[in-house]
Design a protein around this ligand. Structure first.
Ligand code: CP3
Length: 363
């Protein structure tokens, strides 16, 4: 493994000075890219693609061939963990993920194993190792997992949901059982992310996609506490061929804007923000404690070039000028839409790089 040629992303996460604002995009490898659709076609399905390390590596690198992004993210899915816990993941065309089994009672919770990641999730670790080799130190590789509460939503519901009926029923009727479920998922997730780090992941991110649907108080007890448990169990450094490196941690709670101070205190180095948050206000509230990641509305990318440019500048201006001890990683406030015109991503990445360089040099 060679030394990093571009460590701007890791420096921003550590709140060290950077020459410009680094940028990567949630779901940057995905259906909006024709080359992704071609590789998925060859693989036969999304799951076959994710479970074949060479193909997962190929699609991880695709957005980096097109755009000067500052980080790569492992191509995989948050639902690999409940799949390895025995639930049987499938994807129904046009309807999203679906599990063969759900976890709704005590017997089902107690039967859940904590999988050995180098066994049933070995394909993910092999993908991490393959991608690190193929990157050759171009940019850092992000590993990730879902937050325990977000994973619990899919395990209890068995699929996506709008009203969270079954998971909230368990949470309010049997809070003890929900905590037991979250604890098992947290242990599985800690082992999974630790293995990704050992395999070569250089930063890790928890996707708390559904924490924001919880009531105040319940978010802290059921989602935030279980994320803290995961992060506390992870190694903060990894031994590599060329020395030790620190492994920054990012948490992203969609809809978490009301709880920024509490999220910033969960032990992570950086907090991801959705587009409902004003970045300047977030910086004033927590920007001296953690780096911030975000937060352009992904649908801005559906507009024309001039609008993409203007909205990107608005995000950078709201964050404000670089200063010692603050860090900003530009990103979208959620995953990129499959309908995004790929040219607009080029405009966005160039705008962020050029404008933030000028912001640094004061003209
Ligand atoms: O960011 C990246 O490029 C890394 C890859 C990544 C995927 N999923 C690939 C994927 C990441 C980080 C995820 C996370 C994920 N997966 C989340 C949390 C992030 C978020 O968006 O809030 C969630 C909730 C999932 C679960 C999931 N996976 C759903 C609901 C779906 C179906 C979505 C749909 O539109 O059909 C997936 C499938 C999936 N995961 C795709 C990709 C590129 C699309 C599958 C395809 O190619 O058809």
């Amino acid at each position: 493994m060679s030394k990093l040629k571009n460590d701007t992303f890791l420096r921003a996460l550590r709140r060290e000075p950077t020459d410009y604002t680094p940028v990567w995009l949630m779901r940057q490898a995905g259906r909006y890219l024709p080359e992704y659709r071609a590789t998925r076609e060859r693989a036969g399905s999304f799951l076959a693609l994710a479970k074949t390390p060479e193909l997962a590596c190929e699609v991880t690198l695709q957005p980096l061939e097109r755009y000067p992004l500052d980080a790569a993210i492992l191509f995989s899915d948050i639902l690999t963990v409940p799949d390895a816990m025995g639930l049987g993941l499938g994807f129904v065309q046009g309807e999203g993920p679906r599990f063969e089994r759900t976890v709704r009672d005590e017997a089902a919770v107690k039967a859940l194993p904590v999988p050995d990641p180098e066994d049933s999730l070995r394909y993910v670790m092999d993908a991490v190792r393959t991608i690190r080799g193929a990157l050759g130190g171009r940019v850092p590789l992000i590993g990730f997992a879902g937050s325990p509460f977000t994973i619990a939503c899919y395990m209890v519901e068995g699929q996506g949901t709008r009203d969270f009926l079954h998971v909230k029923t368990m949470l309010y009727r049997r809070p003890d059982l929900m905590l037991e479920l979250l604890d098992r998922i947290a242990r599985a997730t800690a082992a999974y992310l630790s293995a990704q780090i050992a395999a070569g992941a250089q930063a890790v991110m928890l996707f708390d996609t559904w924490g924001g649907v919880l009531a105040d108080g319940d978010f802290q007890r059921f989602s935030l506490a279980s994320m803290r448990k995961v992060l506390e169990a992870l190694p903060r450094e990894a031994e590599r061929a060329d020395g030790r490196e620190s492994i920054p941690q990012i948490v992203f709670t969609k809809g978490g804007g009301l709880w920024l101070e509490e999220i910033a205190a969960c032990g992570a180095d950086a907090v991801g923000l959705d587009w409902t948050v004003n970045l300047g206000q977030a910086r004033a509230r927590i920007g001296d404690r953690v780096a911030l990641q975000g937060n352009l509305d992904p649908m801005v990318l559906m507009a024309d070039e001039a609008q993409v440019r203007a909205q990107a500048l608005r995000v950078l201006e709201r964050f404000g000028p670089a200063a010692p001890g603050v860090g900003h990683v530009f990103n979208l406030g959620h995953g990129i839409s499959q309908f995004t015109p790929p040219e607009n991503v080029a405009v966005l990445v160039d705008t962020v790089h050029e404008y933030s360089r000028r912001q640094r040099s004061g003209n």
